[in-house]
Design a protein around this ligand. Structure first.
Ligand SMILES: Cc1cc2nc3c(=O)[nH]c(=O)nc-3n(C[C@H](O)[C@H](O)[C@H](O)COP(=O)(O)OP(=O)(O)OC[C@H]3O[C@@H](n4cnc5c(N)ncnc54)[C@H](O)[C@@H]3O)c2cc1C
Ligand code: SF4
Length: 586
């Protein structure tokens, strides 16, 4: 099986560019700067999980869950699902080569234009035209499309039937999924989606257009070096004229931090793309070590008005539990993790807009569904799964909803005992949650079932809201008085005398952390577009040239999915960089 990452022992002491994190922001950055001929290293704390290795059974899934909070720390640091428990709101993010793209539903939507009219964005975002180009490039490389037969899927039809009296319309939203076999923009052959529904535990078919199958292999093809198990702690520099120093703690191959060991490497440009949580944490820790940053660092956290909720006991069949690959049951069609979207628009008040999607739970979670949803579920579950399995019993009628809207972005991160902690008093009382409850209650009762807001309320999750769309913390703004980075994603330096918009030379944040407000739609396309936009500006500022045309027929095909012939080697277009190994310092 083709792998992209190199062992950490091969890392060089110096690069032109260090990119921290390998989700959407990091993958775009690495691809574009490697195409421009820069010697790029990507540092990712998680591990490389390739097609065919994603969890398929509950014990494997359980092994891929890391939960941390004030009084809890369980699971491996390189587990795929990173769940952070906070007093006011919980957060789930992806961890691994490809970041959130590995475990998300791939819904790729552009926000309403009114989102960008908000003055929390720097005016250049609205005015200079490069955001449109960013969206165009993001679209070309992630290739989102709607499922052509969505309206034949039972879960779509059930959502459609439940729209009555909701003032909504139903559409099939574009998802970053290959519904037909194709050669993708990075020259990789991707097979067609089998409609197995397991997108949110990782696609074992190779049909989901994750950045591990497009931007990251493109970066490697152009000479970037990719290292996993590299948990970055700080980015600092002694003097304005020095290169940046990135300090990381290696994680061992058994998924544990190697106690006390640290590696330092240097670069002229450092891009933090460790996601909303990771980049904010690294900057907060670096600020503690002396880096000058905006006073607003950590603020403007938004959950994107996002929740996951359920409907139990619907009359029609829903079929929204994945069947996995290879399929656990024959002749059964689920669909991609999202195929239908109910839209509530409001031309007067943007905040009232809501998107509700017909989600799917991954097949590996199936064995614990009775325990989650049914009183005495342990007993019933054991009985039912013996007799019917979740594909025939009451769970054939289980609805899963992914809902997105707008919140007030008033959450704030800080470091407490070196742990990133979210504070957002009364977050759960924001009007958005009452609006979501009302519409979900209506949809589930229209379907003949009942609304189950939080089946895990009795567990460590409690009654707090939880989000999979964390945004902000290093918000974009016009000056350091109102944000952490400028419209080009350069980190403000408030210590410089020459104005409130002075920046650190060569230090960037490019990921969901820079988004200063809720988007009202799933964020991956906007994060990718902002990253493509930042690359347009970086190439102007550093006089770089690159093209970002998708692979043509002449591009070497690079299969990276099971069942496809002969693993390839990633050929360097730019490169010839010498690799020197450096030993971890004690
Ligand atoms: C279950 C689920 C479903 C989702 N569905 C959708 C959807 O359908 N559509 C959509 O638009 N969005 C969806 N999202 C959200 C979307 O995936 C994220 O918004 C997106 O991945 C964020 O991109 P990013 O570039 O900001 O960071 P990420 O994708 O989070 O990548 C950051 C990377 O940095 C790494 N990292 C973190 N800290 C460090 C460190 N200190 N050192 C080194 N590496 C580090 C992380 O391991 C990670 O790989 C979903 C998320 C989840 C969890
Ligand atoms: S439905 Fe299955 S095959 Fe299709 S993208 Fe999702 S996980 Fe992959």
């Amino acid at each position: 099986m083709t792998r992209l990452a190199k062992p950490l022992s091969k890392i060089a002491p110096h690069y032109d560019v260090i990119v921290v994190g390998s989700g959407y922001g990091g993958a775009v950055t690495a691809s574009r700067l490697a195409r421009a001929g820069k010697h790029v290293a990507i540092l990712e704390r998680g591990r490389e999980v390739v097609t065919g290795e994603f969890p398929n059974r509950f014990p494997e899934l359980r092994n891929e869950i890391r939960i941390t909070g004030a009084n809890i720390k369980t699971g491996k640091p390189d587990a795929l699902f990173d769940i952070r428990l906070n007093e006011d709101m919980h957060i789930i993010v992806g961890c691994g080569l490809g970041g959130g793209s590995l475990i998300n539903a791939g819904v790729a939507l552009r926000p309403d234009n009114r989102v960008f009219e908000d003055n929390h964005w720097p005016r250049e975002i609205r005015d200079d035209g490069t955001l449109d180009e960013g969206f165009r490039r993001a679209d070309a490389w992630l290739s989102p499309t709607s499922h052509h037969n969505a309206d034949k899927l039972t879960k779509y039809r059930a959502l459609e039937a439940a729209t009555e009296d909701t003032g909504s319309t139903i559409v099939s939203p574009p998802v970053a999924v290959s519904f037909a076999e194709n050669k993708n923009p990075a020259g990789i052959l991707q097979p067609a989606c089998t409609l197995c529904g397991d997108c949110c535990s990782g696609c074992n078919v190779g049909a989901k257009n994750t950045v591990a199958l497009n931007y990251l292999p493109d970066a490697v093809r152009h000479g970037a070096e990719l290292f996993t198990h590299a948990h970055v702690q700080t980015v600092t520099r002694a003097d304005e004229n020095d290169p940046w120093t990135v300090t990381l703690s290696p994680i061992s191959s058994n998924g544990k931090h190697e106690d006390g060991q640290q590696i330092t490497i240097k670069a002229g440009i450092v891009v933090l793309s460790a996601g909303t949580l990771g980049s904010t944490e690294i900057l907060l820790r670096s600020a503690g070590a002396g880096l000058k940053t905006s006073q607003t660092l950590g603020q403007r956290f938004s959950a994107n008005g996002d929740i996951i909720a359920f409907g139990y006991g619907a009359t029609p069949e829903i079929n929204a539990v994945g069947i996995g690959h290879p399929p656990k049951i024959e002749n059964f069609e689920v669909g991609p993790a999202v195929s239908g979207q109910l839209e509530i628009d409001d031309e007067q008040t943007l905040d009232n807009e809501i998107r509700v999607q017909d989600g799917v739970l991954p097949s590996a979670i199936a064995p614990i569904l009775p325990v989650m949803f049914v009183p005495n579920g342990r007993l019933l579950g054991a009985l039912k799964s013996l007799i019917n399995g979740v594909y025939k019993g009451p769970f054939k009628h289980l609805q899963t909803f992914f809902a997105v809207s707008h919140d007030n972005a008033k959450g704030a991160f800080s470091l407490k005992k070196d742990r990133l902690t979210l504070s957002w008093p009364n977050a759960k009382d924001q009007p958005v949650y009452a609006r979501l409850d009302a519409i979900l209650d209506k949809i589930t009762s229209n379907s003949g079932g009942s609304y189950v807001k939080n089946p895990l309320a009795g567990s460590v999750m409690g009654h707090q809201p939880a989000t999979a769309h964390p945004l902000g913390g290093c918000a974009m703004a016009e000056t350091h008085e109102t944000g952490v980075v400028n419209h080009k994603c350069q980190v403000f330096n408030p210590a410089l005398a020459n104005g409130a918009n002075s920046v650190h030379d060569g230090l960037y944040v490019i990921d969901g952390a820079v988004i200063p407000r809720s988007l009202g739609v799933n964020p991956l396309l906007t994060i990718t577009a902002l990253a493509e936009r930042a690359m347009i500006h970086i190439s102007d500022d550093y006089d770089l040239n690159y093209d970002c045309d998708p692979a043509g027929p002449e591009t070497q095909t690079t299969p990276n999915a099971p069942g496809l012939p002969s693993p390839c080697s990633y050929e360097k277009v730019h490169g010839g960089h010498k690799q020197r190994s450096i030993e971890p310092t004690g």
